[in-house]
Structures are given as structure tokens and as C-alpha cells.
Design a protein around this ligand. Structure first.
Ligand code: ATP
Ligand code: MG
Length: 791
């Protein structure tokens, strides 16, 4: 018999939560219940709790639960307790208690001095059990576990009572005391609630409250050999602590009845705590269950709980994911009663979105190929001053990058036999070396043994310094490092841990471990990175141009042996399959990368389309000359007539060509997921309206992507969706200021730390303000106000 409540075989309980139903027209039904209780003045204070069992590390599903309970407490001026739900001696451990607290702190959640342990309540819980016996509400059952299970009946059959059910109070008390006094072995007796063996809710058919387990408990040692079950211990813990809203996942829906029964019989009066359930987070391509994650750790399929491929908080931290990204992901997915699976892309979005604004750009070469600039004399070179952020980030900063005769470029960026649409170096071509010079192919050498190109020789155009192509059409722009100056680095590229979306629910019944992705970790041992990395402050995450975000592995990296984890790629490479045109492979833009699978439908194909269709060719020219679009964007929009017409249709609604183009080029293909334009449930007008809402400041770009996703799934009016999802942005300074003030007064200790120099806390404050506003404050506005107020 498991101590933890398990889902029963009952048909779904259709009754609603004690307060109202889940179908309220609100983004988050739990917050509206709490808000109503606040208005009614039902509780003196809103108190929630986060109740992890210390039997493993926290995972991203727990982040959802924490964001909800800590979030609600903060939003309603209450408090959230951390309670270790440690009623199960066999699997729990002090090391997990420590790890969980560390993870929570890292995420920025604070329980003040409200740290509790269910085990500390054992004596009080036991006293209540004796009271229940005295009231005739509990009895000692001496049947075996199997007999008890068998006699509980089924959905169609009521349970059957046995003779033990009629034991009198004195005998029950005597037996329970002797159970506690170690007179019996495991499983000889249990204490059961005396409720109703015919209840339609199986949980209510005299549930077990205590069982005998002669096991050492990490906290109470050998003091106890009887342990309370979840259904008994959890509600009592909540009631002892004065919790008002006990939030848990839907598998406990049927247990709500026993939650209320125990508290009623134990004499806790209203207004007392109640349980509310929300849907658990299920994330594609991974498993979120400590029981299964522990199997991967024990089985050596991962290097530990903090393996950067694990969906654990410790794994994300080690990988380089900032805590703000996990919190904004939690805000993005919201809270509902509907069980859904969440696409990992959403999480990756949140990570990219967080890093894009803060990660300095650098160059690093993953798989180096020598490139000799023959027009530079031996030993010559220069230090280029290179900006660390593209202009649209609005951040200052630059670094020195050495340019020299011998460079390294990606092996992928040179091709002897370039496929159609290849926009990189090849015989007869010129490319721009990012921030450097335009170079022209002169020759190459091949290793006769392997047939691989070992060296490429080029000549540079001194007039093109800084990458100015002087009006010439170059094939593309590639990144590079100076061979003599670059630092060697080991790069670890991570991919999804599993190669199926739901590894635990395979139609063929295979075990989840059979679906591990063999390529989830790729180690590149010969990478070379620009020397500026050596000077970066610790904690820096960089954007390697064209290849992704990286940071030093906190365990294995050292100044002597740089080991960099790829936090996330620049763009999802899994969904770029078919349907829509490929985006440009221009470095420096956060979106594109040529790395990864997917057809390379590049410039060549579009050039060909235009040379066969004068209408397309003239549209391209118009987009550049009349609308002022860059050549790359104009090119991408005019590869076929449908896309050009879609763009123009959107432009008819919102006349900002650049922003409309950016939506059509960068966001639309992702959400189209391989469908053709005429298969989408929305059209150009909606696209235009969405772009307009962003430009008007009604919705943030991140939130608008959510709206687009919804549009692409179901169609509709962007503005209606936006309001339904509660994503309307609070951009006005005044509105954001209110939240800033609240956050600063809520976190005096953190404010002090910030003012004493812990500037890294700024992101934490921004996150709090956004949360405080229910996700509607514009983070940029919040950040600007916070900087003013804090400095
Ligand atoms: P696991 O199934 O991974 O063992 P658990 O529910 O046993 O998880 P607990 O430590 O008991 O883990 O969980 C603490 C809190 O986190 C509970 O309130 C639980 O409902 C919540 N929680 C656990 N998994 C998820 C999830 N995937 N999504 C949302 N909340 C979750
Ligand atoms: Mg569980």
C-alpha cells in the first residue's frame, strides 16, 4: 500500500471545488477564488504552502506549483509556507531537503521563517487519531493489505465490512497504542477512518490513516514506527499552520472529500483551509515525476539530478537557464483545470527571450576549419572594436576582437559543392566575415587520406573593413575567430532527453527508458572561442553568433579547461520542416541559424522564383524602395506569391512594414507548423492586427507570440484572444510604478543587497514586478523604473 494518495479508479468527480467552478471566465480560476475571499474578508490572511516530499529534486512541474502558491501569497499580501511532506520514511532524505531549499532560493522564492516539516506534527496528529477512535470515527483493522483492497469493492460494487470494523473504542485505543509501542510487525494492523464502505468515492471507503513501518526516518529517527498517510497528514498540516488555500494537482481531486472529512471530524471550524486543484504540467519530450527521474539517475542514463538535460531545477541551473526564464515560463503557461501537454518550445522561448536582452554577442567556432587570408602579411593583424549587442537591444558595450592572417571558420561554412540556397563560402564566391572584411575564395587544400578540406585560402578587400560590402552582393556573412588568439573550449550541445513527446504513455507499452534520445548530448572537443570570453564576469551567458547561447559549466569548467554548455539554440530546429520559407541565416539576429535539420530553402530558390515571375521581382524591388525593407527581408517575402500577398494583406491593416515583415518572417512560419498559408485558421488581417497591438503597446512581444499560437490553433480575433488570455500589457509608467513600489516594499532585504552592489538582483526585481502585475507589466518599463528607484 502506498503512503501517497494515488488516483483511484473512480469516474471523474464532477462536483466543483468548494467555491465556485472552474469554468469562470478568468485566466486563472484559483486567483479569482482567492480574490473573492479577500473581498469577502473570509480569512485574516491569505496563506498558501508548497509541500514537496523530500524524495527527489524539484522539477519544472514543481516550478508551476511554486509559482502559483508563492505567487498568490505575494499578490494578496499573504505568506507561503515551505512544508516538507515527510511522512514516508523509506524514500526521504535530508540531502533532498537541502537541495529543495537551494533550488527554491535560486528561483527567488522566499518563505521567511515559515519552514515546516510534517514529521514535526507526528505527536499532534497521533493525538487526533486517538480522538477519532473515541468518537467512533476510526478503528484498527487487522486484515491484510490484500484483503482490505479486495473488500473495498469496485466502481460498480460497494465495499464489504469485516468484523474488525465493529471493534469497540477501548480495544481500538489499546491496539493503536500497542501499534505505536512497536508491539507489531509491518502490515499487521492499520488504523482506518470509519466513513462509508458504499461511498461512490472510493477514497471515502474507510481510508487507511496509519500504517506500521519499522523504518528509520531521516528526521524523527526511530521514534515512530507508525506513520500517517497522505490523506490524513496533509490536511492536518495545512490546518495546524493556518493555511487558507491548499493548492494541489488534479490527481487529488477525489481526495478533497477526505481532506474535508478529517478536518471536520478533528474539529477545525470554518473559515478553515480548503483544497483546490489545478492541472499538472506535462512537458513534451521529457518525464516529470521524481520516481522516474530517480530511475535515470540511478541507472546512470544521466550524470545526476543536475545533469543539464534533466528537467530539474538543478539541471536547468547548471545548464545556464536563468531563474527568471523559468518563472516567466510558469507565468506564460498559466493555471487551468484542463490537462494539457506543453510544447518544450514554449520553455525555450522563455529562455531565449530572457537571454536575448542580456547575453553579450561573441563569436565561437564549433567545428573549426583553417582560413588563410593570403593578402595579409605573416604575423600581421589588428584588433577590431566590435559591439557586444545589436542595435535593437539598446544596450551599450563592445569588445576587442583580433583579426589576423590565420582564421578559423565553421567547417559547415565552406562547401566545394554548395547546395541550392547555400549562402556561405564556396569556390568563386565572396563572403563577409562578420565585423571584419569581405573575402574572396582563392583556393583550398584537401587531405588526400580523408578527402576533407583542411585549409581555405582567401584574399581580403581592405576597403571593406567593418564588413561593408561596398555595394557588392556577397553570398552571406559568416563568423570566425583568430587561430592564434582564440581559446580552446569543450562545447556541450544538449538536445531533448527523449525522442518521443510522451515517453510514459507509449501505445506499444514500452518502458520510458527505451525512448531516450541517443544524441541528447553532443560534445565538441575542438571548438575555439574569441579571447574576450576570458574577461567576462562570472555568471555571463553569451550569445554565440548563429549557434546559440552558452555559459561555462559550473562543475567542469575551469580557466585551464573551458567547458561551455549550450543553454539553448537560437531557434528551434525541430519544427522547421517543410511548408514555409526558411528564414535568413544572417548572424546577429536572434532568430535564424543554419544549424540543424530541415530543408535549406534559401536565397537561390527565391532568386529562381523571381527570375521566372516578373510580378515577384517587382514586388521585391518595391518592398526595398517604397516600403524601406532591407534586402534580406524583401527577399524572404517574395519567394512566392502567396506569402507576398499575405504580407501585403497584413500591411493593409497595419502600415508598419518592418514590424509586419518581422512577424511574417520570423513568427508565422513557426506557428504554421508545416501548414500552407491557406490551411491556417486565420488570415493576413489578423496578422496585421496583432502586429498593430504590439506596436501600440497593448501587448508585449512575448505575450503576442502566445496570441499568435492560439490564432494558429483555433483562429479568432487577436484582441479578443488577448483579453481572454489576460495578456493585455500594462505599459503606462504609472500603472507599472504601483507594482514597482509594492515589490520594493515587499523585499527590503533584497533591496539592501542590491544597493550594496548585488546588481544581478535587477532581473529578480523585474520578474517580481511582472508577476505582481499578473504578467501584464512591460518588463522594459519595469526595468527602467526599477533602475531609477534603486539607484
Ligand atoms: P512527482 O510525481 O514528481 O513525484 P509529487 O507530486 O509526488 O511529484 P511532491 O513533492 O509531492 O511531488 O509535490 C509538491 C507539489 O508540487 C504538490 O503540490 C504537487 O501537486 C506539485 N506538483 C508535482 N508535480 C507537478 C507537476 N508536474 N505540475 C504541477 N505541479 C506539480
Ligand atoms: Mg507523487
Amino acid at each position: 500500500m502506498s503512503d501517497r494518495a494515488v488516483p483511484t479508479t473512480m469516474p471523474p468527480d464532477t462536483s466543483s471545488s468548494p467555491e465556485g467552478s472552474a469554468s469562470q471566465p478568468s485566466r486563472d480560476f484559483i486567483r479569482s477564488i482567492v480574490a473573492r475571499h479577500v473581498v469577502e474578508g473570509r480569512y485574516r490572511e491569505i496563506v498558501t504552502r508548497f509541500p514537496p516530499e523530500p524524495n527527489g529534486f524539484l522539477h519544472i512541474g514543481h516550478v508551476k506549483a511554486m509559482a502559483l502558491s508563492f505567487g498568490i501569497a505575494a499578490e494578496f499580501g499573504g505568506r507561503c509556507h515551505l512544508r516538507f511532506d515527510d511522512t514516508n520514511p523509506e524514500t526521504e532524505d535530508e540531502s533532498y531537503v537541502r537541495a529543495i531549499q537551494e533550488d527554491l532560493h535560486w528561483l527567488g522564492y522566499d518563505w521567511g521563517n515559515h519552514l515546516y516539516f510534517a514529521a514535526d506534527y507526528f505527536e499532534r496528529m497521533y493525538g487526533i487519531a486517538e480522538d477519532l477512535i473515541r468518537k467512533g470515527k476510526a478503528y484498527v483493522d487487522s486484515a491484510t493489505e490484500a484483503e482490505i483492497r479486495e473488500a473495498r469493492g469496485s466502481v460498480t460494487e460497494p465495499g464489504r465490512a469485516n468484523a474488525y470494523r465493529d471493534r469497540d473504542v477501548a480495544e481500538n485505543l489499546d491496539l493503536l497504542r500497542r501499534m505505536r509501542a512497536r508491539e507489531f510487525g509491518d502490515g499487521e494492523h492499520v488504523l482506518r477512518a470509519k466513513i462509508d464502505l458504499a461511498s461512490p468515492n472510493m477514497v471515502m471507503r474507510d481510508p487507511v490513516l496509519y500504517r506500521i513501518r519499522h523504518a528509520h526516518h531521516y528526521r524523527t529517527g526511530d521514534e515512530w514506527c507508525i506513520y500517517p498517510m497522505y490523506d490524513y497528514a496533509h490536511c492536518l498540516g495545512d490546518a495546524f499552520e493556518g493555511v487558507s488555500h491548499s493548492l494541489c494537482t488534479l490527481e487529488f481531486e477525489n481526495n478533497r472529500e477526505i481532506y474535508d472529512w478529517v478536518l471536520e471530524e478533528a474539529g477545525f471550524e470554518e473559515p478553515r483551509t480548503h483544497q483546490y486543484e489545478f492541472a499538472r504540467l506535462n512537458l513534451d519530450y521529457t518525464v516529470l515525476s521524481k520516481r522516474r527521474l530517480i530511475q535515470l539517475v540511478d541507472g546512470g542514463q544521466v550524470s545526476g539530478w543536475d545533469d543539464p538535460r534533466m528537467p530539474t531545477v538543478a539541471g536547468f541551473r547548471r545548464r545556464g537557464v536563468p531563474p527568471e526564464a523559468l518563472r516567466s515560463f510558469a507565468a506564460m503557461i498559466g493555471v487551468t483545470k484542463a490537462e494539457t501537454r506543453v510544447d518544450v518550445e514554449k520553455l525555450e522561448y522563455a529562455i531565449r527571450d530572457e537571454l536575448n536582452g542580456v547575453a553579450p554577442r561573441v563569436m565561437g567556432v564549433l567545428r573549426p576549419l583553417r582560413l588563410i587570408v593570403t593578402t595579409l602579411p605573416e604575423g600581421s593583424g589588428e584588433w577590431l572594436d566590435v559591439p557586444s549587442f545589436p542595435p535593437d537591444i539598446g544596450k551599450e558595450g563592445s569588445r576587442k576582437v583580433p583579426f589576423a592572417r590565420e582564421l578559423l571558420i565553421e567547417q559547415d561554412d565552406f562547401s566545394l559543392d554548395p547546395p541550392k540556397g547555400y549562402r556561405r563560402l564556396a569556390p568563386g564566391r565572396e563572403v563577409r566575415l562578420r565585423y571584419g572584411y569581405v573575402v574572396r575564395y582563392d583556393g583550398h587544400e584537401v587531405d588526400p587520406a580523408t578527402g576533407k578540406v583542411t585549409v581555405v585560402r582567401v584574399s581580403h578587400d581592405p576597403a571593406s573593413r567593418g564588413g561593408d560590402a561596398k555595394g557588392r552582393r556577397v553570398a552571406g556573412t559568416i563568423h570566425w575567430v583568430s587561430a592564434a588568439h582564440a581559446l580552446p573550449a569543450e562545447l556541450r550541445l544538449y538536445d531533448r532527453l527523449f525522442n518521443v513527446t510522451d515517453p510514459i504513455d507509449m501505445p506499444d507499452g514500452t518502458d520510458f527508458t527505451a525512448h531516450l534520445n541517443a544524441d541528447s548530448l553532443v560534445v565538441l572537443g575542438d571548438a575555439m572561442v574569441e579571447p574576450s570570453l576570458a574577461d567576462a564576469p562570472s555568471g555571463t551567458r553569451w550569445q554565440f553568433e548563429r549557434t546559440g547561447y552558452f555559459w561555462p559549466d559550473p562543475v567542469d569548467s575551469s580557466p585551464e579547461h573551458l567547458v561551455l554548455n549550450r543553454v539553448v539554440t537560437l531557434r528551434d530546429s525541430w519544427t522547421r520542416k517543410g511548408g514555409m520559407p526558411e528564414v535568413a541565416t544572417e548572424p546577429g539576429r536572434a532568430v535564424p541559424t543554419a544549424v540543424g535539420p530541415g530543408p535549406d530553402r534559401g536565397r537561390g530558390a527565391r532568386d529562381a522564383a523571381r527570375s521566372g515571375d516578373p510580378d515577384l521581382a517587382s514586388r521585391m524591388a518595391n518592398y526595398c524602395e517604397v516600403l524601406g525593407l532591407g534586402e534580406d527581408d524583401a527577399d524572404l517575402l517574395t519567394g512566392d506569391r502567396d506569402l507576398a500577398s499575405f504580407f501585403e494583406g497584413a500591411l493593409g491593416v497595419h502600415q508598419q512594414a518592418k514590424s509586419v515583415a518581422a512577424w511574417v518572417i520570423n513568427e508565422l512560419p513557426r506557428e504554421a507548423r508545416g501548414r500552407a498559408l491557406n490551411e491556417l485558421p486565420f488570415g493576413p488581417e489578423e496578422m496585421g492586427r496583432l502586429a498593430a497591438l504590439v506596436d501600440e503597446g497593448a501587448v508585449s512581444r512575448v505575450a503576442a507570440k502566445e496570441v499568435l499560437r492560439e490564432l494558429a490553433e483555433k483562429g479568432g480575433d487577436p484582441e479578443v484572444i488577448l483579453d481572454r488570455m489576460g495578456l493585455r500589457q500594462v505599459a503606462g509608467r504609472g500603472a507599472v510604478l504601483v507594482h514597482v513600489e509594492k515589490v520594493l516594499s515587499d523585499w527590503p532585504a533584497k533591496v539592501k543587497e542590491y544597493r550594496e552592489g548585488k546588481r544581478g538582483l535587477l532581473g529578480f526585481f523585474v520578474g517580481q514586478v511582472v508577476r505582481e502585475s499578473g504578467g501584464r507589466a512591460d518588463p522594459k518599463v519595469a526595468k527602467a523604473i526599477l533602475e531609477e528607484r534603486l539607484n
